[in-house]
Design a protein around this ligand. Structure first.
Ligand code: ZN
Length: 68
């Protein structure tokens, strides 16, 4: 019997954020501009990172807008 290990997951992390104009459409909380990092892991070993900017809600964490 052959066992394959295909375990790929992605983790989103907020590195830093600062207040931005606007409010969340879901909860009405204040928007924040955040530096985000997405890391892709294969069998729990990080193989790929990507940094991106996004406008997120500082209260519920919803991503309101993302930039490349
Ligand atoms: Zn919100």
């Amino acid at each position: 019997m052959v066992c394959f290990c295909f375990l790929v997951d992605q983790k989103k992390k907020m590195r830093s954020s600062k207040p931005a104009a606007g409010t969340c459409s879901r909860c009405g909380g204040g928007a924040r501009i955040a530096d985000m990092t997405t890391s892709t892991r294969f069998c729990l070993i990080p193989i790929y990172w990507r940094s991106w900017k996004a406008v997120v809600c500082g209260f519920c964490g919803a991503v309101l807008k993302s930039y490349r």
